[in-house]
Design a protein. Structure first.
Length: 249
């Protein structure tokens, strides 16, 4: 797999046009079949106008709680760094609200990221006449008990997001019972790594030469195969035993 970032102009809050931005950024590129195009959630949110002027917000914590599905308040988090939240079935601090590279705005998470990924996919398919490719909307998040951030897919379209090993044999002929590879998040990790977290100005990355990806046009906005029911998750004891409060959205 080859993953490379795309240098772009500054995408400006509080509102900018993503589709013309894609055409402008891809003007010197030849997009390949069976590629996956990864776009940061921040520029998708700006495209949707999901920006709030910082000086208009009296209490950021109330904004975080409003955007959250569930939250654990700041006073229960070590040193009060963040409000810990669950949003769209993803464990993420501060409801995904971002202040970096935001030019004085709070940038919220995109609305309906799966639908947004489908919209971007349809635009690229029509504009560049591709038949088999994928789109991922990515963000950075932190992993419990590990320093540093890594990528995660919060929306995707154009490919099946899981590689299923259940029922297959390992090298010693043991039948695998649980193993599935999360392709969407795995590609997002590599893309976010090359896109960076600072002033790189590379909010898009392209992954090429991927193997064993099933490209399709299935509408996963109806049922996302990546979503795990909280009661069946192996981490259910941690999630269910924690005193989450209901968000206000």
């Amino acid at each position: 797999m080859k993953v490379y970032p795309i240098k772009t102009r500054v995408f400006l809050p509080p509102k900018d046009d993503l589709l013309s931005f894609i055409k402008e950024s891809f003007s010197s590129l030849t997009l390949k079949e069976k590629s996956i195009i990864v776009i940061t959630s921040k520029i998708v949110a700006i495209w949707q106008g999901r920006c709030i002027k910082m000086d208009s917000v009296k209490n950021k914590d109330e904004l975080i709680k409003k955007e959250a599905d569930f939250y654990i308040d700041r006073d229960k988090v070590p040193k009060g760094y963040v409000i810990l939240t669950i949003k769209n079935n993803i464990l993420i601090p501060t409801s995904g609200i971002d202040e970096s590279n935001a030019n004085g705005y709070y940038i919220l998470w995109p609305e309906k990221s799966m639908v947004a990924a489908k919209h971007i996919y349809q635009f690229i398919k029509k504009t560049y006449k591709l038949k088999k490719f994928g789109v991922i909307i990515s963000d950075s998040h932190c992993t419990p008990l590990k320093n540093g951030v890594m990528g995660i897919a919060i929306g995707y379209h154009g490919f099946h997001p899981l590689r299923d090993y259940r029922g297959k044999k390992d090298i010693f002929k043991r039948t695998l019972k649980m193993s599935q590879t999360n392709i969407a998040d795995s590609v997002a990790v590599a893309a976010v790594l090359v896109m960076g977290e600072g002033k790189e100005q590379t909010p898009i990355a392209i992954a090429e030469d991927l193997e064993n990806i099933v490209f399709n046009s299935i509408d996963y906005t109806i049922k996302d195969p990546l979503i795990m029911d909280k009661d069946n998750d192996i981490y259910a004891p941690l999630i269910k035993e924690t005193l989450w409060e209901k968000g206000k959205n």
